[in-house]
Design a protein around this ligand. Structure first.
Ligand code: DP6
Length: 346
């Protein structure tokens, strides 16, 4: 049977993608670290098609058939059929699992669509071996983007930039490009994800993005994102941790400020989000360690710090921060090597 299995990590944006237009094209360029321990493993196998349905497939998540996810997959197939015409010639058996608990409040769409796109592109390569490595990742990232915007960045390590910008040659709104010209300090940067809330997101990303269309600050935001990208790239190249911390935190807080200034408006932080941020800022002042926070569009806090400070920071997390996490739960992750092709199924 023709099949492909991939493991794809999640990513955390430092310059945030927030606002989109057209066919899932970003309103501003974004930049992210690709993680290691938070990943999705997916296998797609091709079977002979039995019905006349346009797309025939079955989806299993962690061993169980999940029919509730299938409409989302159908609409994904509809968007990417032009890239992978074989998907309506076969019956697809899709099996998937996440390394992190489903109820941890961690968004899984980046790793999930990244893994799906990697499997589909690998199968395409088996059916028609004309695609080179560069084209493979461009096509994969394009397909992942059509599933979920941030997913297009997950296929590259250690970092990725998505969105056309003069600063990066070859950058595109259609797909992400690898960003690897960084100071060694960032190559294995740590990210501990502190679970301040384990409920499903109050506002879906799609709704959040669309709120920017009528947000009075959106134009300013898109300019700021471009400026911040320029400064962050400088910090990443030089290893300037002070600038890195400043831009990273400012981006996270601006994302939340945009949600507060949209209509309808939302506060996505929870009391424990603020408790964690205050503890981190106090500890940073006292310890002079380089820990910094970032947030996605939810309540959980990503605590970023250099690998050489990890012993002291992890002690601080255990002693002072874990009490603000749901069931004391946090995930130690770090910037890693990106997706991995696997031989065997999960
Ligand atoms: C705040 O990629 O989840 O995490 O394209 O609608 O699927 P859709 O949105 P999504 O948005 C992610 C937003 C963010 C910032 C980021 O990852 O850049």
């Amino acid at each position: 049977m023709i099949q492909s299995t991939w493991k794809c990590p999640s990513n955390i944006a430092l310059i945030k993608y927030w606002g989109k237009q057209g066919k899932q094209l970003p309103a501003n360029p974004s930049l992210s670290f690709t993680l290691s321990n938070c990943f999705t493993k997916t296998q797609i196998g091709l079977l002979p098609k039995k019905s006349n349905d346009l797309y025939e497939f079955s989806f299993f998540f962690e061993g169980n058939r999940k029919k509730e996810f299938e409409p989302k997959l159908s609409s994904f197939f509809e968007k990417i059929n032009y890239l992978f015409p074989f998907i309506n010639e076969y019956s697809l058996e899709i099996k998937s699992e996440n390394s992190f608990p489903h109820s941890s409040g961690i968004a899984s769409s980046a790793s999930a669509f990244g893994a799906l796109a990697l499997c589909l592109c690998s199968i395409e390569k088996q059916l028609d071996n004309t695609i080179n490595d560069n084209e493979f990742f461009i096509k994969t990232s394009t397909a992942a983007r059509l599933g979920s915007g941030s997913a297009c960045r997950s296929v590259y390590a250690p970092m990725a930039i998505w969105g056309k910008t003069k600063i990066i040659e070859n950058s595109s709104d259609e797909y992400a490009v690898k960003f690897e010209n960084i100071h060694p300090i960032f190559q294995n940067y740590c990210d501990t994800i502190l679970i301040a809330d384990d409920n499903a997101k109050e506002v879906s990303s799609s709704v959040g993005h669309s709120l920017l269309n009528s947000n009075p600050f959106s134009k300013i935001r898109f300019n700021e994102a471009n400026k911040n990208l320029k400064f962050l790239i400088q910090a990443l190249k030089k290893g300037d941790l002070e600038l890195f911390n400043n831009i990273t935190e400012s981006e996270a807080l601006m994302l939340h400020a945009l949600m507060m200034t949209s209509n309808p408006y939302f506060i996505l932080m929870k009391p424990n989000t603020l408790n964690i941020i205050n503890e981190v800022w106090n500890f940073r002042k006292l310890s002079k360690l380089n820990l910094t926070i970032t947030l996605d569009a939810g309540a959980n806090v990503h605590l970023l710090f250099p690998d050489f400070e990890k012993t002291k920071v992890r002690e601080f997390i255990n002693n002072e921060l874990s009490k603000y996490c749901i069931k004391n739960y946090f995930i130690n992750d770090f910037v890693g090597n990106g997706p991995e092709k696997l031989n065997n199924f999960i």
